[in-house]
Design a protein around this ligand. Structure first.
Ligand code: CMC
Length: 438
């Protein structure tokens, strides 16, 4: 609102701005530490002026929604879901309970929990045509690309899911996505190895069944190691949600068009595929393999500091401190190596590399600390997951976070289709030149 220098009509905290082009002053309400970008449109040079826009590439300083799902304090390294610290969830909860918490906003009662687990367990099968669809991929297809396509394809199997205002449809879509994601992921992994698909085993836990679908061979019954089941469950809890990151934002942007949830979640899978997001754990492992020995760390870090490449698994848009998820994962690396009877020369390199980087002013001055992906790849490697399938391991648990973000978005009274603005920098009013004259 244009002002003479006073407060806003409501008396709320406000920001006074003076447009030096016109000499006019404005007061904009400050609410929850934000001002509304649309208020700036009032600032015009004259009546024909479109009004001032804000410019924020990468949305580094733009809140795109109100959310009550996940709280992060990047400076202090705090992560909480529905207010509960991640450390407590990892210690006391299960991935499926956390999924319920994220989507429904509260910890389930015993009855709610049992019903939820039962529903997820009994929706793990996929239509046989999905298997045929999987068979259509090349033998060396990237499992994440296969997952992306098959999650999108689910929308054609459940057209009723497009009825997004129906509470039951939203619920059953959440159940289906959380239940089928491990099946699709395991099928894509088995396809890439030329192995027959293993059907879900409803007597096993969520992670036990997933391990069975990945690794069962000729034995009549796959018996998952409880230590690996639990380590994987903790990894799934850690990856369940992380507020408005690239993939969650993609789910919200695509979902704002009111498309069905399978298509919206496929957008999330696509976002996660990229090496700067979910693909970073693959990049970390490749980086460690390339470094090859602790003797090469100094040269490697020199190259990073000269800007030749990035130290993958370090740095975060939000965390300017040790990522709390990385701390918890680190504790589980040794446990998994022990359960799988493995030694990891890459772990030695990772530990030494972290130590050197945290001792180096280049990294500390930029507040670059290990993020969730720094150690997760080492666990996946110990579990015999091929590098190409690492991001798939991230996509499975993140599905609950995406669904929570999608459901919350649909309830938002301020929801609008996402439609950013641009600053046009190209030419104008150029005449078309016939091909023969070019
Ligand atoms: N190695 C070396 N330098 C880095 C790194 C890194 N990993 N990350 C940031 N920097 C430097 C960057 O060069 C810049 O330096 P300067 O100010 O001299 O130009 C400064 O730190 C700020 O970097 P930025 O690119 O402006 O930071 P951002 O917030 O845009 O990027 C990031 C965040 C995660 C994309 C970035 O830190 C990165 O590329 N990290 C490596 C990839 C990675 O591990 N990604 C996983 C993220 S966690 C998983 C998830 O939640 O999705």
């Amino acid at each position: 609102m244009e002002n003479g220098g006073g407060t806003t009509a409501t008396g709320a905290e406000n920001l006074s701005i003076k447009d030096n082009r016109t000499g006019r002053g404005y007061d904009f309400e400050i609410e929850d530490g934000t001002v509304r970008a649309m208020d700036f449109r009032e600032i015009k040079v004259d009546e024909d002026d479109f009004g001032l826009m804000t410019y924020d590439p990468g949305y580094s300083n733009t809140a795109s929604c109100r959310s009550a799902i996940t709280y992060i304090d990047g400076e202090k390294g705090i992560l909480q879901h529905r207010g509960i610290p991640i450390e407590q969830l990892c210690e006391h909860s299960t991935y499926l309970e956390v999924a319920y918490l994220l989507i429904y906003g509260h910890l389930p009662s015993e009855d709610e929990y049992n019903k939820w687990v039962y529903e997820v367990t009994h929706h793990t099968y996929v239509h046989e045509s999905i298997k045929n669809f999987m068979d259509g991929f090349r033998h060396d297809a990237n499992p994440m690309g296969m997952l992306l396509a098959s999650v999108g394809a689910l929308s054609t199997f459940y057209p009723e899911a497009a009825n997004i205002d129906d509470e039951y449809q939203r619920h059953v879509s959440a159940v289906r996505l959380i239940a089928k994601m491990p099946t699709l992921a395991a099928f894509s992994y088995r396809h890439s190895l030329g192995l027959p698909y293993v059907y879900p085993d409803n007597d096993l836990s969520y992670t036990g069944n997933f391990l069975s679908m990945l690794f069962k061979m000729a034995e009549p019954r796959y018996e998952p190691d409880p230590r690996l089941e639990r380590a994987l469950d903790v990894l799934f809890i850690l990856h369940a949600d992380h507020e408005q990151n690239c993939s969650a934002a993609a789910v919200r942007v695509v979902g704002s068009s009111r498309v069905d949830p399978f298509s919206a979640i496929a957008a999330g899978v696509a976002g996660l595929y990229g090496p700067l997001h979910g693909g970073a754990n693959v990049a970390v492992l490749r980086m460690l393999q390339r470094i090859g020995s602790t003797d090469n760390i100094v040269d490697f870090l020199e190259g990073v500091k000269q800007g030749n490449e990035r130290l993958m698994g370090f740095g975060h848009r939000v965390y300017k401190n040790y990522d709390p998820r990385a701390r918890i994962i680190r504790k589980h690396v040794d446990e998994v190596l022990e359960a799988t009877n493995k030694e990891s020369p890459l772990l030695d390199i990772a530990v030494e590399l972290e130590k050197r980087a945290l001792d180096d002013d280049y990294f500390t001055s930029r507040k670059l600390y290990p993020n969730v992906d720094y150690y997760s790849g080492l666990i996946y490697e110990a579990l015999n997951i091929p590098t190409d399938a690492f991001t798939v391991m991230f996509a499975i648990p993140r599905t609950s976070g995406w669904m929570a973000q999608w459901v919350e978005m649909l309830h938002d009274p301020e929801l609008k289709i996402a439609r950013p603005r641009q600053i046009y920098t190209g030419p104008r009013d150029v005449d078309y030149v016939p091909m023969s004259e070019r």
